[in-house]
Each structure stands twice: as C-alpha cells, then as structure tokens.
Design a protein around this ligand. Sequence first.
Ligand code: FEO
Length: 391
Amino acid sequence: MNKISEKIRYVGVSDYENFLFEGLWPVKYGVSYNSYLIIDEKIALIDTVEAGREDEFMANIREEIGTKAVDYLIVNHMEPDHSSLIKLITETYPGIRIVTTAKAVPMIKGYHGLSEDMIHVVKEGEKLSLGSSELTFYMAPMVHWPEVMVTWFEEEKTLFSADAFGTFGALRSELKDLETIEGTEESFFNEMTRYYANIVGKFGGPVQTALKKLSGLPIARICSTHGPVWESMIPQVVGLYDRLSRYEAEPGVCIVYGSMYGNTEKAALALADELGRLGVPAAVHNLNIENVSEALRDVFRYDTIAVGSPTYNGGIYPPIDSFMKAVSSRMVKNRRFFAFGSYTWAGASVRQLNELATAQGFELISEGNSFAQAYSPENCDMAAAAKLIKG
Ligand code: FEO
C-alpha cells in the first residue's frame, strides 16, 4: 500500500477511532496523518504525524529505506497533527536538515527546542536538489496557519499540499482516490466538505490566493496531509475547494435550532416539512444533541440558513449563540437568512439573530417568526415562511 511511485512512498498513519479531532470535531470514519518519503540520491521526508504513533511511523520509514538516513525533513505545516514527531526524526537522523519557512522557525524552536542551525529557511519559488530531481517550495500562508508552504515535485508533477485538499476519513487498504474510502462517493464528499468547513473554512481568501498561484502548475497528483492521494479526481477535488473557498453554495436550506421545551423544535420541524412539500432541499440540525460540525458543513453547502432559538436570559440560546459565532468566525458570505424562535414574556432572540446576520451581510428573507409561548401553525406560520424562502 505504501508505494505511490518509484520515488514517492507513503509513510503516514491512520486513526480509525471516532474521537474529537482538534478536541472539537468528531471523525466517524477516523482520520489519516499523511507523511511521504521522496527517495532520490538524497532522501526527503515530507511532514511527520501526530504523537502517539511513533513506533508505526518509524517502522513505515524503515520499511521503505531500511538503515539509510533521511537527509531532509520538509516541514510544510507546523500544526502538531503533522509536526509532533519532528524531534524524534532529528534524534533518529542527526545529520538531517529541516527545510521550512521563516514563520515556522519560532514554532519549531518553541515546540521542540531545536536549534536554528539545523533549519534551512526557504523562500517563494526556491528549489532544493535531491540529486536527479528537485523540489520547489511555494508559500501558502493561512492555508491553515501562517507558516504553511506547499512542495512541488516537478519530475512527477506532484503537489504536497499540506492541509489543502484534505479530508476526514482514515485510509484503510488503499491510498489513491476513492479506493480508500468507506461509504459512497456522496458520503465521502460530505466528509470533505465537513473537513473544509470546520478546519479551513475561515481561510477562504488565502485558499483562493493559493489556488490562483498554483493554477499554472500541471498537477497530476496531490498528496495532502489528510485523506487520499488524488490522481484521477483532481478536477473534482480542486473544484470543490474552489467553490467552498468562494463561499459558493447550492440551493437549499440549512435549518439549525436549539430548543428548551420543544416549541422552537416544533417550529423547526414544521419549516422542514413545509420546505419538503415545496421540493426545497433542507438539512435539519438540533444543536441540543448534535456536534456543530455537520451544521457548519451545511452552512457551506446551502445558500440559505434558517436559525431557531428561544429567547434565553434576554438573548440567544447558548448553543445557537455559539453556532452564530462559528459562522461569523468563518466569514461566511452570500447567504440568505431566516430566524425563528419562541419566548415567554419578551422576545429577543429573533431580533438579535437578525442583527448578527445583518452584520455578516446576509440577506434577511423576512423579519422572522418570533412567537409567544406554545408553537402552533397560527402563531408561527412556517408555510408562509417556506414560500418566502423558496422565492
Ligand atoms: Fe492537519 Fe492544520 O493541520
């Protein structure tokens, strides 16, 4: 499974458990931490893996190069899911040179206590010879952190893209394209969208800058830090990242709600029913019981967001307040917005949701449905709301 080509070998690892990635995001199909060797007269290792997988990682490297030494460690990205084993690599291969960006240097010193003497800082377009082939480095700041660069291996038209074009999902028996995945193509791209929305979603502008910069390269293979090696599906994968980073959405409604005593929930389900009757695609997310990551995925997917919150302490119900902050921090653009929610003696949540949406530049579909006490079709007319949403 490790041979991508004669010169490129996969030495990464996969977590198969459903845990919280970054301590926040469930990964029901697991996740991979990809690391690659390029074997020429000199040997380069591209990124490392998450802590806790030391034995497997080192065994993977030894399986490919035996007792030979790694000459260069290319650090494309310093987030610890890829950089945790830098120190282990430098201890195992004492003559190694770390090749990275200027912004990564204080991170390497801070995380690993390593000296600058072993680091070779590269700039935009700089090349590194491995003997019969060479690597070229391109800066990709804020895709996902400021120190990020990507590495271009001209001889095989291969881009080592750091987090860009990554996805949740562990690699099982295969490495390339959709051979790797569990489930359908649709479920796979759901997970890729969820990865983008939650991990990279704030950085649409930098992703666009990187895409434009790299568009001149004749890319035949993408080796990301998470998920499959892309060969046959490059147009689909690059197209998805391009659309998501431009905040381009498809017609449909992401309904997100929280509810204390069931009235806002009844309104949310009534809206979903009415949209269904009109043939408008809708996804419903109850943030009382769901991790927010799937709701954020559908915020990136659909062009309309409908948010339900009861009035709580004169404001927005806490899980929905947190959701709105997550949408704001991702600088989501070009969405239509509809608010609804119940109150008992003084409604505030719908007004405040509308204020947040307006501040974000969303188009308000109406002033929203704020209703007193128990939900009923009479005091919260979701049939009318659904017609307005359909347009
Ligand atoms: Fe997979 Fe930003 O690290």
